[in-house]
Design a protein around this ligand. Sequence first.
Ligand SMILES: Cc1cc2nc3c(=O)[nH]c(=O)nc-3n(C[C@H](O)[C@H](O)[C@H](O)COP(=O)(O)O)c2cc1C
Length: 379
Amino acid sequence: MSAHSLFAPLQVGAWSLKHRIALAPLTRKRATKASYRQHHVQYALASEYYAQRATPGGLLITEATGISDTSLGMDTAPGIWTAEHRDAWIDVVQAVKRKAPDATVVMQLWHRGRACHSDFLPGKQLPVAPSAIAISDATVANERGELVPYEVPRALEAGEIPGIVEDYRQACHHAKAAGFDGVEVHAANGYLINQFLESGTNRRTDAYGGSIANRIRFCVQVVQAAVDVFGADRVGVRFSPYGTFGDMHDDDPIALYTEAIRAVTRLHVAYVHLVEPRVAGAGDAQHPASTPSIEPLADAVRAGGAVLIRAGGYTPTTAHDTVAAGRSDLIAFGRPFIANPDLPARILHGWPLTPYNRATFYTPGPEGYIDYPVFSKAS
Ligand SMILES: Cc1cc2nc3c(=O)[nH]c(=O)nc-3n(C[C@H](O)[C@H](O)[C@H](O)COP(=O)(O)O)c2cc1C
């Protein structure tokens, strides 16, 4: 297979890339409380994990990383709101740059909003969201590991929202101090920013709800905070126009996301990252074939002058075809990059891919994390 379309250089904002194969953001839940001096400190072996996936001129997007002590509501994800968090991430960035000095590594910034459980929040406070609407079509683990219904979140007061934007800004300062080349604002997959965007989860009647212009306001404010800290040419935004949770879907996703994309590209962000309708969050589930296409949104990204990254269900062949046809600038790979640390080389040479083992996606420790082999002709 000719893979050349994926190996043409590309300027993405401030970054000079040498190929079009990005590491998608992948939560791995290794930052467990038991083994670390402070909660939500990145796992020591994350340095090795990310370095294994670093290539000259390649783009790595980190796993979603909590921006504040109330952003996660789970106990195994890394954070970036304390000096200890920052220092652990410095090790990761340095390991990446040792392996490939001209690799680009950006941090994905996370606030889960209603998608968490109070057992894991300070003082067991309720999760927050734009409106007091629980996730109704899924369950969540509590402290004892039992799967229970999601709680009805507390609707944020309008006066609290600027404070959350400030949390994002502070997280950006820490990410910058850790050496990251930029940040990706996680506005996808059903988390807080996504909850503000969609009419199913945002029933507010203030300046943050109602019209599309109001529902995208929080997202734009967060992106602006990131732009203030890093400069627009070091900021990306991830959207999943067909959501994660059944109750989230907007009546008119194309209209909503066209306006959201216009708003963030007006800030001159480096890239917009779109998740294909065919995948849902981190699951293997596929949306029905009848799900509409995101092609008009790809056009909106281009019209806004940003680089387009698409992710979700790509193979080396479909990635090549999509970039060759001009339908994306980069492709982010998730599951295949977990199982193939040398994915760009395998794609370049047409070497076979190791299948991923879903059972170790989220288990603590090194197994299924740093032990996937690079390709060897002998194997
Ligand atoms: C284990 C796992 C963890 C994930 N964690 C994140 C995450 O932290 N942030 C995010 O935006 N998407 C996350 N996703 C979604 C992926 O970034 C990607 O969109 C999805 O896996 C589809 O791409 P793929 O078919 O190449 O795997 C995750 C997916 C998996 C499988």
